[in-house]
Design a protein around this ligand. Structure first.
Ligand SMILES: Nc1ncnc2c1ncn2[C@@H]1O[C@H](COP(=O)(O)OP(=O)(O)OP(=O)(O)O)[C@@H](O)[C@H]1O
Ligand SMILES: [Mg+2]
Length: 278
């Protein structure tokens, strides 16, 4: 039977993508033979989460989609977005980097508005939109501060707002919630789901937190290392409930345990997760 999704246009496709850093005895395989397709779902994007041990190539995968060196271009294989080979970075793809990079001499507000300035948006509109985004990520009252005056978690939220304000069709997030305390982290998870529904963008979200991957993802890409590779793609239900209450459900605990087990053992693809109806 044909999966109806297969008839939809492809948004991001990897065909046997391999990235090797260095040559000769120094050569290091970052990812090997990674293939997948994410379709353009009408009226809503897909939220893909990516999990795997440190060094398995999660950032490499995101940065190839973003078209950013030195990860891009891949050594072999094809990386395609919007039906065309990826050749360079573009406004249609926004990356919230693992090492969030803010401009130290600009205020919170100006950092959030920076990309809009590059696009020639007028000063007053930039200000209005940046104020709105500062509020959305819980930075109201800190708009005039400089990055050095902020905690790591606050800096990370500036970086998230600075990317989301540009409304990229494809949003690439590399451990964006890593520096957040648990309470703010749960709030940001809810916020991300809400914004994602509003913006209809497709999200690739890297995380080390298995619960976060399961809570946020429509699909979870599980990777393994040496060489970095995509082992399996797991379909998960996304509950329409806040993360705190989902975490208390036994089916969710069971899913988490099973995914953790597969990650720890770097086990080969082992099929559907428990409790999931195909
Ligand atoms: N610029 C680079 N030059 C050489 N090797 C690199 C470079 N960037 C990454 N690598 C190597 O490629 C592999 C994958 O790295 P990558 O950063 O994609 O992993 P990751 O899954 O994001 O890890 P982490 O969870 O620690 O962020 C690693 O072995 C790493 O050492
Ligand atoms: Mg990384």
């Amino acid at each position: 039977m044909t999966n109806p999704e297969e008839l939809l246009p492809e948004l991001v496709t990897f065909k046997n993508v391999t990235k090797i850093f260095g040559v000769g005895p120094e050569a290091r395989v970052a990812i090997e033979d990674v293939s997948f397709t994410v379709h353009d779902l009408p009226g809503k994007g897909e939220l893909v989460t990516i999990v795997g041990p440190s060094g398995c190539g999660k950032s490499t995968l995101l940065r190839i989609i973003a078209g950013l060196e030195p990860h891009f271009p891949p050594t072999r294989g094809e990386a395609i977005a919007f039906g065309k080979p990826i050749v360079e970075p573009g406004a249609d793809r926004g990356l919230v980097d693992q090492k969030y990079s803010l401009l130290p001499h600009l205020t919170v507000l100006d950092n959030i508005a920076f990309g809009l300035r590059l696009r020639g948006v007028s000063r007053s509109e930039r200000r209005d939109r940046a104020l709105e985004w500062a509020k959305k990520v819980g930075l109201e009252g800190s708009e005039k501060k400089y990055p050095a005056e902020l905690s790591g978690g606050m800096q990370q939220r500036v970086s998230i707002a600075a990317t989301l304000i540009l409304q990229p069709r494809i949003l690439l997030m590399d451990e964006p919630f890593g520096a957040l305390d648990p309470k703010i982290r749960l709030r940001m998870q809810e916020l991300l789901i809400q914004l994602w529904k509003e913006q209809e963008s497709t999200v690739f979200f890297v995380t080390h937190a298995v619960e976060e991957a399961l809570y946020l993802g429509d699909r979870v890409f599980r990777m393994a290392s040496s060489p970095g590779r995509l082992v399996e793609i797991l379909q998960v239900p996304r509950p329409d409930e806040p993360p705190e209450s989902v975490r208390r459900k036994s089916w969710f605990a069971e899913l988490t345990q099973e995914l953790l087990r597969r990650l720890q053992q770097e086990s080969p693809a082992s099929g559907e997760l428990p409790g999931i109806r195909a």
